[in-house]
Design a protein. Sequence first.
Length: 119
Amino acid sequence: MRKTTDRDKAILMAAFAKMKPLPMAAALGSVCALMIFSATAILLIKGAASGVVAGPHLALLGIYLPGYEVSWAGALLGAAYFFMGGALFGFVLALLWNFTHRLFVAFLVLRGLWWKMAA
């Protein structure tokens, strides 16, 4: 009876694989940094008519990100900010993913033991 429980637990752990927080943080941070850098670069390459501010809506990010503006330096600074924010979000997301899956697997194992005892 113990071998069956260990095998079932191994199957569940393989099905609900653990997510590694550091690679997830690096991946999500990189995607977020690339996103803001691309948005800023597209506005700069596209340009604006004379007398018109390039990307007035994107420039509003300067309220939340000190020093950010629609320029090449601002694109790099915004990428740094977004990398940090995305990495933090990715790290927390991976930790929560692992925690909830461990709880779910524990619940399934306990429920399986309860059913075996009740039968």
